[in-house]
Every structure is written in structure tokens, then in C-alpha cells.
Design a protein. Structure first.
Length: 526
């Protein structure tokens, strides 16, 4: 099976509803985790840190409704897409949300991270690359692609949108401890935009006109990257088949900007700590090299025959043909006429906020419970999550965390561990632990595809993808620890290591001499 079609479909139909897909939320209360300052700049590390390339890597996908079991179905011994005529429309459409369907991916890579203590202040310097893709797909688009003329002759697929971006950020952070109880922190981030692309369909109505579909709407698409070039067809419409990248253009930025993070933490009681942060206050000004709008007069489209695709002995060919067809139909539906660029455009980063409370057992402070609320705001991609975690600092150099979360993405389970002995810190974990897995082989991924992805022979029978909502991520990293510890391994945050007691010499006793009473004869003489 050609998995590039799955990737193409995901890129055209979906993306992450949370631009913060690189935030490892199960690690917020994890002892020995050196990157909690990314979620709250007031959170200080136990020791200084240094890492290059492998310090913190995060990969993730998120979905509110779409997933493997939503898009792919076993039929007559083969695996077909939901758009195959042998899959009942009610089975497929019944799994979708009528308020918008989101699916997608994000990735983050730390290029350089340095953290060090100076008195009660903790400083960080880091360079990080991150990529996000976000798309919202209305229910009506799936209804249109699935049913066509069999159910309706008019569709309103307004609200279709996509947003992809790649950014490198260089940040300087600072946090300070006050009276071993209160912390404040801030980060300033310089943003270098590598590339971005955005497509919005504010209004798009589809009507059957004789044997063709008539589209009338208002939408636009734009791209910002000096390396990107496009061609147009005879009518001046942007051709998605002729997108290309020029190597020289990659040396120039697609945009530049600035953002700030603010955070605070308060050790209310010896057993209770509260914290909050507001992140990504700012944005970028993208150059917008490519700009296109939907034709004002509308346009028509003659789709391919919607007859069933023949099931053959080669199951992979079934999916290949179906993904080919879906891709061509989507490209035929979305048309943008190239225009002269109106100049740069300023784009705000998704505004993020965190609020957390951590309680420690007075009788066993190595065990804590944390409550973490997160919120991300970006128009149709806005979402919120609540997460409960149990954190166990089993040893001075070994910590574990388990969490469960609730949001419109569904219920999620997370696990993490941190190994932080001596001069090396290692962590690994996930916020979305898959509970149901489908083997890759059952989806028709053949040996050639696995070779292309570099999957080792020994793992091919054990690897799979999650069913249901496509929510999964993985975080891992390794870094060097610098200097002495300033916080205890129990993560009692903002409580410095106790100083050595000063032994004072005991005062020498003063001997008092009791006065003897004076006799009456002596008193008369005096």
C-alpha cells in the first residue's frame, strides 16, 4: 500500500487541534523533568542542564473524531476507505461530529538547551524547531464526498480550513525565587518563520447543476516561503500538482516575529503548590509570497463516476485507487485564482494557558497528586483539557508519573518516567497511551512500504496504529546535569536545600556565691 496517500489525505483533510502538541503535560509534575519551564517559565530545574539535538523530542497526532476505524474498513477480505460504496453511509457518517472534525500532527525538536543557576535565579537559553498542521473539516464535506447525488443536491461546506507552519524559536528565560515560597518567571522568544500555508473557506455552497457541481463561495489561500513556487492553469488557478521548492529560497525567512511567556508559582503550604502561566503572547509577520482567492463568478466541477471500486486479490491496489480518487476529487473541488500578493500579514501564535495544583502527602512526601488545566485559543482550533496525575519520586534519582485527561478529544491516559542520577538526565513518556492497536500488516502495509519507512524486520509484526480517535504522542530526551542541586528531588518547588546547621558553643555557666548571714555582734560593731 502506498502510505503517501494516507499522508496526503491527512494533510488535506486534517491537522492538530492543539498547536501545543509538543507540550508534554504528563511531565508537568514529573520529578527530574528538565523542560517543565516550557509550560511555565517559573518552574525551576533541580540542577543546571545542557543538551544538544536529543534533549527534548516530541511527536504527536490529535483527533476529536477521525481515526483509523473511522476512515478504513475491512470488506470482503480487503481494507477499503470509508468512501467505498460497500461501506454504508450511516456507518461512516454516524461516527463524525456535525460541529467540525479535526485531525492532525505536530512535532518539536530542541536544537540546543542550556540552563544554569545564579543565586536564587535560574536562567535558560534554548533554540527549538517546531512544526504544526491544523485543519477543520465540516461534516457536510464528508456527506458530499460519501453520498453525492444519492441523498442531496445541495451542500453547505463552509468552515473548511487548514493552517500549516514551521518555526524556529530562540528563547531566553529567567525565573527567581522569593523567600523560598514564591516564584515568578518569563521568557522572550525570537521567532524565525521557515514556511507557512493557510487555507480558509468562509463560505462555500455546492449545488447540482445538470451533470456538474456548481461551487459558489468566498475563500482564500496563502503561502509564505521564498523557497516555494507554483504554476497556474489556463484559467489562472493555482495548480497543486506543480508545487516545488527551490533550495536557495530556504536560506531566507518566510516571516519573523516575537513572543513572550509569563508564569508564577506559589508554595502555599509545605504540602501544597499552585502555579499558572500564559504562553505565546505574540506572533509573526509572514511575507505572503503566494496568494489566491476563490473565483468571484464561481466555478463548476465534473467529478469522476462514483461507481464502486472493484475488489481484487491485491488489497493494496484497492486503497491505492481509492486514495488516488479522493485526492483528485478534493483538488477538483478547491480552486484558488492566483492574485498579486497584498503584502505581509501578521499572524498571532495560538495563545496557551496552564493552571496547576500539586499536593504532597505529609506522611510520605515522595507521593504527590497533581491537577493541571490547559487551554489553547486559535479560532476554530480552540480547545481545553483537564488532567489528573499521580507522581511518585521512588528514589532520589528515579521518578514516575501517570495521568488521565478529559477533553473534547475524549479520555486519555499518560505515563512517564525520569531517570536523573549524577550528571545524566533521561526521560520518556506519552500523554495519549493507545488502548487499542491495529497491526500495520492488517492495513495492507507491505514489505516495500516498511522498507521505505525504515522499520526493522524484528518489529514489523508488533507495530500498529491506534484505532478510534487518532490521539497518540511520544516524548523522549537526554541531557547533562550541571552544578549542584538547588531543589530537592521531591519537587517541593521553591524550597531551597536546607543549609547546614550552625553549631554554637554553649555559654559557660556563671557560678554564684551565696552570701552568709552576718551575726548581730558584727552588725553592732559595724
Amino acid at each position: 500500500m502506498k502510505f503517501r496517500y494516507i499522508i496526503s489525505l491527512a494533510a488535506m483533510l486534517s491537522a492538530s487541534v492543539a498547536a501545543s502538541s509538543q507540550d508534554f503535560q504528563t511531565g508537568y509534575f514529573l520529578g527530574g523533568y528538565d523542560y517543565a519551564f516550557r509550560m511555565n517559565p517559573a518552574l525551576q530545574n533541580e540542577r543546571g542542564t545542557f543538551a544538544v539535538a536529543l534533549g527534548n523530542i516530541g511527536l504527536g497526532v490529535n483527533s476529536n473524531q477521525l481515526g483509523i476505524s473511522t476512515l478504513l474498513y475491512p470488506v470482503d477480505g480487503a481494507v477499503v476507505t470509508a468512501f467505498n460504496n460497500k461501506v454504508p453511509a450511516s456507518t461512516f457518517l454516524g461516527k463524525l461530529s456535525r460541529h467540525g472534525n479535526n485531525l492532525g500532527a505536530g512535532a518539536g525538536l530542541d536544537i540546543l538547551t542550556v540552563g544554569f543557576w545564579k543565586g536564587s535565579d535560574y536562567y535558560t537559553i534554548d533554540i527549538r524547531a517546531r512544526a504544526d498542521a491544523k485543519v477543520s473539516v465540516p461534516y457536510a464535506l464528508f456527506d458530499f464526498l460519501k453520498n453525492g447525488t444519492t441523498e442531496n443536491t445541495t451542500f453547505d461546506i463552509s468552515g473548511l480550513g487548514a493552517d500549516l507552519s514551521g518555526i524556529v524559536e530562540a528563547a531566553v528565560g529567567w525565573s527567581r525565587n522569593f523567600d523560598d515560597r514564591f516564584n515568578i518567571g518569563a521568557r522572550a522568544k525570537f521567532l524565525y518563520g521557515v514556511a507557512s500555508a493557510r487555507m480558509t473557506m468562509d463560505r462555500l455552497n455546492v449545488t447540482l447543476a445538470e451533470d456538474r457541481w456548481a461551487f459558489q463561495g468566498q475563500g482564500s489561500m496563502e503561502a509564505s516561503s521564498p523557497a516555494l513556487s507554483v504554476r497556474t492553469d489556463d484559467e489562472g488557478n493555482i495548480s497543486f500538482d506543480d508545487l516545488s521548492l527551490a533550495g536557495e529560497g530556504l536560506k531566507k525567512p518566510g516571516g519573523m516575529g516575537l513572543a513572550f511567556d509569563l508564569g508564577a508559582s506559589w508554595n502555599i503550604f509545605p504540602w501544597l503548590t499552585a502555579s499558572a502561566s500564559l504562553l505565546d503572547i505574540g506572533g509573526l509577520r509572514w511575507n505572503r509570497e503566494i496568494y489566491g482567492v476563490t473565483p468571484e463568478s464561481g466555478y463548476t466541477w465534473d467529478p469522476e463516476s462514483r461507481g464502486p471500486i472493484d475488489i481484487t486479490d491485491d488489497n493494496s491496489m484497492v486503497l491505492d485507487d481509492e486514495f488516488d480518487k479522493i485526492q483528485r476529487e478534493l483538488e477538483g473541488m478547491l480552486r484558488f485564482r492566483k492574485q498579486d500578493s497584498p503584502g505581509g500579514v501578521f499572524s498571532m501564535l495560538p495563545l496557551r494557558a496552564y493552571a496547576g495544583v500539586e499536593a504532597r502527602l505529609p506522611s510520605y512526601p515522595r507521593l504527590t497528586m497533581g491537577l493541571l488545566g490547559s487551554f489553547t485559543h486559535r479560532q476554530k482550533y480552540t480547545w481545553a483539557e483537564g488532567r489528573v496525575s499521580i507522581n511518585w519520586n521512588a528514589l532520589d534519582w528515579l521518578s514516575f508519573s501517570g495521568s488521565t485527561a478529559f477533553s473534547h478529544l475524549g479520555e486519555a491516559f499518560g505515563l512517564a518516567f525520569s531517570l536523573h542520577p549524577g550528571g545524566v538526565h533521561l526521560f520518556m513518556g506519552t500523554d495519549f497511551l493507545p488502548t487499542k492497536i491495529v497491526p500495520l500488516e492488517s492495513l495492507g502495509m507491505d514489505k516495500r512500504d516498511m522498507d521505505d519507512f525504515g522499520i526493522p524486520e524484528s518489529m514489523r509484526k508488533h507495530l500498529g496504529v491506534p484505532t478510534g480517535h487518532l490521539n497518540a504522542n511520544l516524548y523522549f530526551g537526554i541531557s547533562l546535569a550541571l552544578g549542584r542541586r538547588h531543589l530537592t528531588h521531591l519537587r517541593t518547588k521553591w524550597t531551597a536545600e536546607p543549609e547546614e546547621p550552625v553549631l554554637e558553643a554553649p555559654e559557660e555557666p556563671v557560678l554564684e556565691v551565696a552570701e552568709e548571714p552576718v551575726s548581730e555582734d558584727i552588725q553592732e560593731t559595724l
